[in-house]
Design a protein around this ligand. Structure first.
Ligand code: ADP
Ligand code: MG
Length: 238
C-alpha cells in the first residue's frame, strides 16, 4: 500500500505558481528521491507533505488518512533539515528527547528510544555533548536521531548532506543507505545532486520548473530519459 499519495496537488505563492498538478505515490519502505535543479519546487513539495506548507488544491494521503488539513504533529512524519535545527543550549540526549517529552511519552520509554537511536547511529559516546562540541557530520547524525526516536511513518530529508565536506558527504550517504536498509523505513530524500539520487533511490522523481518530468528507477531515468531535460540533467548519452 502507498504510504504517501499526492493527487493533482498544486500551490502558488501569491500569483506565482510553484507546484503544478503533481501526482505521485511513495510505497511503504521505499526510498524516493526528489531530484531537480534549484527552484524546481523540491523543498516546497516536501514541506507540503510535512505540513509546513498548505496545499491549494488536490489531495494528500499519509497511511490511509487524508492529511492536507492535519497539523505537522498529527502527520507522524519526521523532517530532517539541511541546517540541522538543533537546540544549542541542550545536550545531544535532550535534543533527541525533546519532541517526545512534548507528546508526553513516559520517561523510561523516551530514554530507551534515545539509546536505541544513538546505538544505531554509533553516537552513544556523544549523548552528553552540546551541539557546539560536535562536528558537522555528528550534528547531522543527531538531527537524524531526533527523527528516528519519533518512530515516524516516513522520514523526509531536505538536502541533508549539502553542508558537509566531500568525504563526509560520501560516508554519510552510505550510512543513510544502510539505515534505510536496516529500518526498512519509508523515506523521501530531496537533492539537486545526481550522484546522490542514482546511488540512494529506489525511484527518482525528476522535477523541473515545478512539474514532474519523469518518475522511474535510477536505471529507467538513466537509460530511458522521458525528455531532453532529464537526459541532460542525469547526464546520460541518450
Ligand atoms: P527547490 O527546493 O527545488 O530549490 P523551492 O521549493 O524552494 O525549490 O522553491 C520553488 C519556487 O518557489 C522557487 O521559485 C522559490 O523562489 C519559490 N518559493 C519557495 N518558497 C517561497 C515562499 N515562501 N514565498 C514565495 N516564493 C517561494
Ligand atoms: Mg530546496
Amino acid at each position: 500500500m502507498a504510504e504517501i499519495r499526492l493527487e493533482n496537488v498544486s500551490k502558488s505563492f501569491g500569483s506565482v505558481s510553484v507546484i503544478k498538478d503533481i501526482s505521485l505515490t511513495v510505497e511503504a519502505g521505499e526510498l524516493v528521491v526528489f531530484l531537480g535543479p534549484s527552484g524546481s519546487g523540491k523543498s516546497t513539495l516536501l514541506r507540503m507533505i510535512a505540513g509546513l506548507e498548505t496545499i491549494d488544491s488536490g489531495s494528500l494521503t499519509i497511511g490511509d488518512v487524508r492529511s492536507e488539513t492535519l497539523s505537522p504533529g498529527q502527520r507522524n512524519v519526521a523532517m530532517v533539515f539541511q541546517n540541522y535545527a538543533l537546540y544549542p543550549h541542550m545536550s545531544v540526549r535532550d535534543n533527541m528527547a525533546f519532541g517526545l517529552q512534548n507528546i508526553g511519552l513516559p520517561t523510561a520509554e523516551i530514554e530507551a528510544r534515545v539509546l536505541t537511536a544513538a546505538r544505531m547511529l554509533e553516537m552513544e559516546h556523544l549523548l552528553s555533548r552540546k551541539p557546539a562540541q560536535l562536528s558537522g557530520g555528528q550534528r547531522q547524525r543527531v538531527a537524524i536521531g531526533r527523527a528516528i526516536v519519533k518512530e515516524p511513518k516516513a522520514f523526509l530529508f531536505d538536502e541533508p548532506l549539502s553542508n558537509l565536506d566531500a568525504a563526509l558527504r560520501v560516508r554519510t550517504r552510505v550510512e543513510l543507505a544502510q539505515l534505510h536498509q536496516r529500518m526498512k523505513a519509508t523515506m523521501i530524500y530531496v537533492t539537486h545532486d545526481q550522484t546522490e539520487a542514482m546511488t540512494l533511490a529506489d525511484r527518482i522523481v525528476v522535477l523541473n520548473q515545478c512539474k514532474i518530468e519523469q518518475i522511474g528507477t535510477p536505471m529507467e531515468v538513466y537509460l530511458k530519459p522521458a525528455s531532453r531535460f532529464v537526459a541532460g540533467f542525469i547526464g546520460s548519452p541518450g
